[in-house]
Design a protein around this ligand. Structure first.
Ligand SMILES: NC(=O)c1ccc[n+]([C@@H]2O[C@H](COP(=O)([O-])OP(=O)(O)OC[C@H]3O[C@@H](n4cnc5c(N)ncnc54)[C@H](OP(=O)(O)O)[C@@H]3O)[C@@H](O)[C@H]2O)c1
Length: 342
């Protein structure tokens, strides 16, 4: 079977650049790689496997020459380009929220529901970067003892908003330290030396769009529409890696030792949990790694038999690029990228 011809749309962005690194690291089998972005980046060169690849326009003709498309641009761009690419016979792995909840689009975290790639109709989605670490920490418990209720508070890094927000945190921090008034564009308020209890727009329910995504996506990935979930999403002045405080209630009581053993035995999860040495997951340690790190595992003092844990993961890797490439690996393994007649 030939290797697929691949395109990354959004190759110059925060996720796109990491996707290039991850494709190299994982020696992803490909016959060719094309890179696309907006007109302001056309002609830019990005290095891949010792070669300079030139950024070009994403259009129907280019998609017709590719088999797999990673679209990591924006929800608007995904809406415009996702179906266009699929109509040209490309299998699309989309990073945005454009298609995640559509019934004919598998929403996949391969360690959990890798088999869902089997029923794709041309477009597959990765979850939001705060959903992925949550389900990675919930699934090893849920599959032996169904989870009834989850309460999660996130501490999300600015790279979750993209390259412009990372630059803004940097600029604001310099301005504040220099005694200047920082300009706020990426968020409604200054993010440097601050925390914002708002990620995305507010809904009539009082929750935000990001908080609702966690609920809907967790249920879809885990095939568990009955789980009760309440999320509070908070933006923090951290460059990369999202953290989450997670409270879990299961059908039957579960102690911290059992949870630690189940999480340690699950591929893609690493337990870092030694209060005696102040060992717990932190963004600075998780950044650049593909695993999801879990610590502070303890009995919930407010809910007998319940658990509390602290989860940290690199949002640009497992939260985005790595998960998308793992999905592609599943597709290639099954030959499910092979061009369908259009
Ligand atoms: N950041 C995360 O942690 C994360 C996690 C999961 C999912 N996602 C999703 O991944 C996508 C990319 O996020 P990001 O953080 O990498 O954003 P970003 O840093 O702002 O990068 C956006 C990229 O998309 C390109 N782009 C924008 N509109 C385009 C269009 N119409 N046609 C072609 N290329 C276009 C940009 O090109 P230029 O450089 O030329 O502007 C840039 O390469 C978003 O949908 C986001 O929701 C992000």
């Amino acid at each position: 079977m030939p290797d697929p011809r691949v395109v990354i749309v959004g190759a110059t962005g925060a996720v796109g650049r990491v996707a290039l690194q991850v494709l190299e690291e994982r020696r992803f089998p490909l016959a060719s790689l094309r890179l696309c972005a907006t007109p302001r980046s056309f002609g830019k060169k990005l290095a891949f496997r010792g070669q300079d690849l030139v950024v070009e326009e994403a259009n129907a003709a280019l998609f017709a020459e590719c088999d797999l498309a990673f679209i990591s641009a924006s929800t608007a761009a995904s809406r415009e380009l996702g179906r266009l690419a699929a109509d040209q016979g490309c299998v699309v792995i989309d990073d945005s929220s454009a298609y995640r909840m559509e019934p004919d689009v598998p929403l996949v975290v391969p360690e959990i529901n890798g088999d869902d790639v089997g029923w794709h109709k041309g477009i597959l989605s990765i979850p939001n970067c705060s959903t992925t670490p949550l389900v990675m920490a919930l699934w090893p418990l849920h599959r032996v003892n169904p989870i009834k209720r989850v309460t999660v508070a996130t501490y999300q890094s600015v790279s979750g908003t993209g390259a412009a927000a990372m630059a803004e945190l940097d600029a604001q921090a310099r301005d504040v330290l220099a005694g200047k008034q920082p300009a706020a564009e990426a968020y409604p308020h200054q993010i440097a030396f601050n925390v914002l209890p708002q990620v995305d727009a507010f809904l009539d329910s009082g929750y935000t769009v990001e908080e609702q995504k966690i609920v809907d996506e967790t249920r879809k990935i885990m095939h568990a529409p009955e789980i009760a979930i309440s999320a509070t999403c908070v933006r923090v002045p951290v460059a990369v890696s999202h953290s989450e405080a997670v409270h879990v209630e299961l059908e039957r009581p579960m102690g911290p030792d059992e949870a630690r053993a189940l999480l340690s035995g699950f591929g893609g999860v690493v337990v870092v949990d030694d209060p005696a040495t102040s060992s717990y997951p932190m963004p600075i340690d998780a950044t650049g790694k593909d695993d999801v790190f879990v610590g502070r595992i303890r009995a919930d003092a407010s809910n007998e038999g319940g658990l509390v844990m602290w989860v940290v993961s690199d949002n640009l890797r497992k939260g985005a690029a790595t998960n998308a490439i793992q999905i592609a690996e599943e597709i290639v393994k099954r030959g499910a990228w092979l061009r369908q007649p259009v």
